[in-house]
Design a protein around this ligand. Structure first.
Ligand SMILES: Cc1cc2nc3c(=O)[nH]c(=O)nc-3n(C[C@H](O)[C@H](O)[C@H](O)COP(=O)(O)OP(=O)(O)OC[C@H]3O[C@@H](n4cnc5c(N)ncnc54)[C@H](O)[C@@H]3O)c2cc1C
Length: 448
């Protein structure tokens, strides 16, 4: 890869690698673990930050709020949280919720043109990456229940990606990790085979753009026009204060389909939505390509693929002790709104600039309104969260949501795996179109 910001670079001597992975997050570390199993290849990981194996804000599940805004959070603008540590966003991942995608969702990857990416071919890899510990007898006696979660039962710690994919194999002789690389931005390494970009949805496109793969609107010498397809899931939290003090945890998560909360599948005019969204993303994806994608997305929702996740927690889960407050967070899982993210000036260390478009598609707002079951208990909503009046109309709920929602920090789509003519950035081998040996392997390749 080359840089569009020429500076004097220092080659790190006597270091030759077959593969260089940029970003030691969930995906980068999984790839590192599997590649370095082959003893005849040499792998390097470049991670912008450091190790956090003994950081209690990472290991203790209730400490999650304490990690936000610390040095392990990139703290992007518009208050966007993203993990900055070996282990990536899994080190700051509050929910620790783990659930497989629906079969229809995975099969849709093939429908949009990625040959070989379907449930049947991916299912063995789901199983390979999963491990389940049932509660112990003592935990059952204490009324433990089942919830799929990234948590190590016996050690009683949150299981981040480094704990699973890196620490156990860190002594492999064919593996080299470069940490805190933002402090060494004038050094470079050579890859004999591939460079694998795995810097997460907001950063991988920035790495590509800094290497000349981006949108000509931003004035650089581009290999081709990078498509703008970023999505995030608007998340609305509500507090409820019944007349009970909650002394324990309440691990509750539910996934609902659109027809469940609307009673039927509402119509979506994909023609006008595609025109509207194409304009909003600077025509970097054509309206006809978007219409096809939206049609597939709508069909998934019509088949009952969930479009809303709702979690309910007690304050114990935030290390705030017992209280009478329950908090609920509901977010849209497959939003139709699209935004963009681009590099900021003047160079590689500046943060990417996010241009959010929450609720560009009204359908997303309707889904948020439909998923406020706690609205039925509106007289219990305690003040401070700008409650909707009782009884609230849909319009009042909409206004309340727009004033109170936050980001959900689950942003796919910035280097989508799709045919180039549909707006794709990588092909079905994860290779960046137009580049010889650059791949992207992270959450940014999901098209929706
Ligand atoms: C607060 C929060 C809660 C979440 N809760 C859940 C949940 O409960 N369940 C769930 O399934 N998902 C959850 N997620 C989402 C999940 O964490 C992400 O989908 C996942 O981490 C994406 O993996 P990734 O490998 O693409 O990126 P990441 O895991 O974020 O890894 C990217 C890595 O690249 C590094 N990096 C960035 N730029 C550079 C650079 N230029 N050079 C070198 N390194 C770089 C970063 O420091 C980071 O370590 C949550 C996310 C957040 C932020």
């Amino acid at each position: 890869m080359f840089s569009i910001f020429p500076t004097t670079k220092v080659h790190i001597p006597n270091q030759e690698f077959d593969y260089i992975i940029v970003g030691g997050g969930i995906c980068g570390l999984a790839v590192e673990n599997r590649l370095s199993k082959l003893s005849n290849i040499i792998v390097a990981i470049i991670e912008a930050s450091g190790e956090v194996e003994n950081n209690p804000n990472v290991t203790v599940i209730e400490n999650f709020l304490k990690a936000i805004g610390t040095q392990i959070d990139w703290q992007y603008l518009i208050l966007y949280i993203s993990g900055k540590a070996l282990g990536g966003s899994s080190t700051i991942m509050k929910g620790t919720n783990y659930v497989r995608a629906e079969q229809a969702q995975i099969d849709s990857w093939e429908t949009i043109g990625n040959q070989g990416w379907n449930w049947e071919s991916l299912f063995p890899y789901y199983k390979k990456s999963e491990h389940f510990d049932a509660p112990t007898t003592a935990q059952f006696a204490a009324r433990a229940t089942f919830l799929t979660s990234t948590f190590e039962r016996d050690a009683n710690v949150r299981e981040d990606a480094a704990r699973v994919y890196y620490y156990p194999i860190q002594n492999r002789s064919n593996l080299r990790v470069f940490l805190n690389t933002t402090d060494r931005s004038n050094s470079y390494l050579d890859a004999r085979k591939d460079v694998i970009v795995s810097a997460a949805s907001l950063r991988s496109p920035a790495v590509l753009e800094l290497s000349g793969i981006g949108n000509p609107l931003y004035g650089f010498p581009f290999l081709f026009k990078r498509r703008e397809n970023l999505q995030d899931q608007p998340n609305t939290a509500l507090g409820v204060a019944p007349n009970t003090t909650f002394n324990g945890t309440m691990e509750y998560v539910t996934y609902s389909s659109v027809s469940y909360f609307f009673g039927n599948m509402p119509h979506l005019d994909t023609d006008s939505l595609a025109l509207q969204v194409s304009k909003a993303v600077n025509n970097s994806v054509s309206s006809s390509a978007l219409k096809t994608l939206f049609g597939i997305q709508y069909s998934l929702l019509s088949q009952g693929v969930p479009d809303a996740e709702t979690a309910i927690d007690t304050t114990i889960q935030y290390d705030s002790g017992p209280s009478a407050v329950l908090s609920s967070a509901s977010f849209v899982l497959l939003p139709f709104s699209r935004w963009n993210v681009h590099i900021g000036f003047p160079g590689p260390l500046t943060y990417p600039i996010l241009n959010p478009n929450y609720f560009l598609a009204e359908f997303d707002l309707d889904v948020q309104i439909g998923t406020q079951p706690i609205g039925n208990a509106r007289n219990e909503i305690y003040s401070g969260f700008a409650p909707a009046p009782a009884p609230a109309t849909n319009q009042q709920w909409g206004e309340c949501i727009k004033s109170a929602f936050t980001a959900n920090y689950h942003p796919p789509g910035t280097t989508s795996m799709m045919p180039k003519e549909s707006g794709g950035v990588v092909d079905n081998r994860l290779k960046v179109y137009g580049a010889a040996n650059v791949l992207v392997v992270d959450a940014s390749i999901f098209s929706f």
